[in-house]
Ligand binder design. Structure first.
Ligand SMILES: NC(=O)c1ccc[n+]([C@@H]2O[C@H](COP(=O)([O-])OP(=O)(O)OC[C@H]3O[C@@H](n4cnc5c(N)ncnc54)[C@H](OP(=O)(O)O)[C@@H]3O)[C@@H](O)[C@H]2O)c1
Length: 292
């Protein structure tokens, strides 16, 4: 069994990007920029946004956080998005979700220019992903593929079984792995809560990607020997032995499944850290494609 180290890989990606940005700075060029728009006082969102802008600063990217009151009218948010659509210093726009109920999230996402859609949630980006055009793939699925590529895991002709069909993980990773491209070209099955006997699918997986949000759901008898396991789940379970009273586990029962697997991502320390790194990578890509 080999551990897929998301922490190490994410740090390699940041180092590579920093290197590129250092070169831009030396040649007196503009650098990539990411603006994060945060509406309201959601503590989890504040932590996410703070860590994303810290990542940017660490690698020398321009970064800005726009904080708006929870009661901001939708129109004002749309105007702000439009302002950054036109701003040449910001190549990526991220609107932290969820938004307050009076704001139509779809409308906001659709207002972001697809050229700056570094979260990959815009329907144009999603459509391009499905038809195999180069685009911004959303960060968690992009991070999963990056791990498979960097660990030189064969994907061509392999059976990838995806647990979960959300728009941010399940569907996009399935679409990524389906493409006739390097690091993909797989046979893909997507499972969801209507599956009658989930194990009959998971046991067929050469590569199992679990994104269902159910703690330690995948057990040893649900996988075959030598499976590659990518655990996307981030679940809190009670742990009275820890000062905070809980710990984070994945959707896979790591202790049971790891001995049967050829590669496996841990939780924490696997996919989660890749999401942030891919946001930086997408912003750099937006700069290269559309920046000046
Ligand atoms: N950066 C990261 O690492 C990252 C990013 C995003 C999410 N996550 C984590 O990944 C997990 C999934 O997130 P998400 O946003 O994709 O979740 P979600 O929107 O809640 O979707 C869960 C999916 O799993 C399916 N599902 C739930 N229970 C199932 C079961 N017992 N058997 C089969 N399918 C089942 C659901 O089926 P139905 O469609 O039929 O309801 C749904 O498609 C969560 O733990 C989340 O915290 C991590």
């Amino acid at each position: 069994m080999k551990l897929i180290d998301g922490k190490q890989t994410a740090s390699e990606i940041r180092a590579e990007l920093k290197n590129e940005i250092d070169k831009l700075k030396l040649s007196g060029k503009n650098v990539p920029g990411l603006v994060a728009i945060l509406v309201g006082e959601n503590p989890a969102s504040e932590i996410y946004v703070r860590s994303k802008s810290k990542d940017c600063e660490e690698i020398g990217m321009r970064s800005k956080v726009e904080k708006l009151d929870a009661g901001v009218p939708e129109k004002e948010l749309l105007e702000l998005v439009d302002k950054y659509n036109k701003d040449k210093d910001y190549h990526g726009i991220l609107v932290q979700l969820p938004l307050p109920k009076h704001i139509d999230e779809d409308k906001i996402i659709e207002a972001i220019s697809p050229k700056k859609d570094v979260d990959g949630f815009h329907p144009v980006s999603v459509g391009n992903l499905v038809i195999g055009k180069d685009t911004f793939a959303s960060c968690t699925p992009a991070g999963i593929q990056e791990l498979l590529v960097r660990y030189k895991i064969e994907t061509k002709g392999k059976h990838v079984v995806v647990l979960g069909r959300s728009n941010i993980v399940g569907k996009p990773i399935a679409n990524i792995m389906l493409q006739k491209k390097e690091g993909a070209n797989s046979i893909v099955t997507i499972c969801h809560s209507a599956a009658k006997d989930l194990a009959q699918y998971t046991r067929q997986a050469d590569i199992l990607i679990a994104a269902i949000g159910q703690p330690k759901f995948v057990k040893a008898d649900m996988v075959k020997d030598g499976v590659v396991v990518v655990d996307v789940g981030i679940n809190r379970i009670e742990d009275k032995n820890l000062p905070k009273g809980y710990r984070i586990v994945g959707d896979v029962d790591f202790d049971e499944v790891a001995p049967k697997s050829s590669f496996i991502t841990p939780v924490p320390g696997g996919v989660g850290l890749m999401t942030r790194a891919m946001l930086l990578k997408n912003t750099y890509k937006a700069y290269l494609l559309y920046g000046e």
